[in-house]
Write a protein that binds this ligand. Structure first.
Ligand SMILES: [Zn+2]
Length: 307
């Protein structure tokens, strides 16, 4: 997976004069978030991130400096719901949840929205110090939350929850499962959170065994992806099963071994829907099929889960 090609300008995070000047600069871009949603103009391929107009920046304050993407310096600002709704009607924009926009926005902008939303969520969940309960203030251009109790003063840093996701193979077939809450027919690679005391490999083997009963032997790292739902870093692996009997727990509604041509036929007919293309699970399945079977899943068409 390609990362987000942004210069995070970390060296500027403590430079208040520069930050205030750049935030007010009409050439800077200011993404708007409100109550966990992002203001977006247009739809489908026309979608783009809406901007906070320079006159409104006086009344607002940046929430975080995101960095420089190509020639633009990007901030994110949080505004009230009323302000966001006014902006939405002026700009013909809409507040949208991140899940609904990552598939619409062009490459780096989807990553940028995910990055901003990840910081926004972390800040909103750390308004109070986890040690003493006193209010925290945003510091370092959004990258630290500092407890305002002089007897505590703990500095909180953005946190991520590592999660693992794996394409498990056996004699050319691939193991996919589905959760009961998913749209009908949607299947994906198995995933789960890493627990304290575990390596990533331990977590893969435990999750697959718990959810499907399958025992995984050899594993190799594939790629990783920020997954701000709410604050995960997905670490992708490709593994090989050493025991293949399926025994479901209550997390998955179904898990199955799919032979490659069977999966191709089920996707083409729309009976099986694969994860959306920006996701690490799609890339795991795509690489599995390409490297082992010379099959290009992007040509399968049919059901690709979009939302
Ligand atoms: Zn504290």
């Amino acid at each position: 997976m390609s990362g987000l090609p942004i210069n995070r300008l970390a060296e500027r995070r403590g430079d208040e004069a520069w930050l205030n000047r750049e935030f007010a600069n009409p050439r800077s871009r200011v993404m708007v978030v409100s109550e966990g949603r992002v203001l977006v103009c247009g739809q489908g391929r026309e979608a783009r991130l809406a901007d906070l107009p320079p006159d409104l920046r006086q009344e607002s304050h940046y929430q975080a400096l995101l960095g420089k993407l190509e020639s633009d310096t990007w901030f994110v600002a949080s505004v009230s719901k009323a302000t966001a709704e006014n902006l939405a009607s002026e700009q013909g924009a809409r507040l949208r949840g991140l899940r609904s926009i990552v598939a619409d926005l062009e490459g780096p902008l989807a990553g940028l929205a995910a990055y901003a939303r990840g910081l926004d969520l972390w800040q909103s969940n750390h308004r109070f110090c986890g040690r003493c309960g006193t209010r925290c203030e945003i510091d370092q251009a959004g990258f630290r939350m500092v407890c305002q109790n002089p007897d505590c003063g703990r500095v909180h840093f953005p946190r991520l929850d590592p999660a693992v996701i794996v394409a498990v193979g056996y004699r050319g077939s691939i193991l996919l499962g589905r959760q009961p809450s998913w749209p009908p027919g949607r299947y994906s690679t198995l995933a789960g959170f890493v627990e304290p005391g575990e390596s990533l490999e331990d977590a893969v083997r435990r999750e697959v065994a718990e959810e499907s009963g399958v025992v995984v032997g050899h594993l190799s790292y594939h790629s990783s992806q920020p997954w701000p739902f709410p604050s995960s870093l997905m670490v992708g692996f490709i593994g090989e099963a050493v025991r293949t009997d399926i025994r479901l727990d209550d997390e998955l509604e179904d898990a199955r071994w799919f032979a490659p041509l069977e999966l191709q036929q089920l996707v083409r007919s729309g009976e099986i829907i694969l994860p959306f293309k920006a996701s690490v699970s799609w890339h795991l399945i795509a690489d599995f099929m390409a490297s082992r079977h010379q099959l290009d899943i992007s040509s399968w068409g049919g059901g690709v889960w979009q939302r």
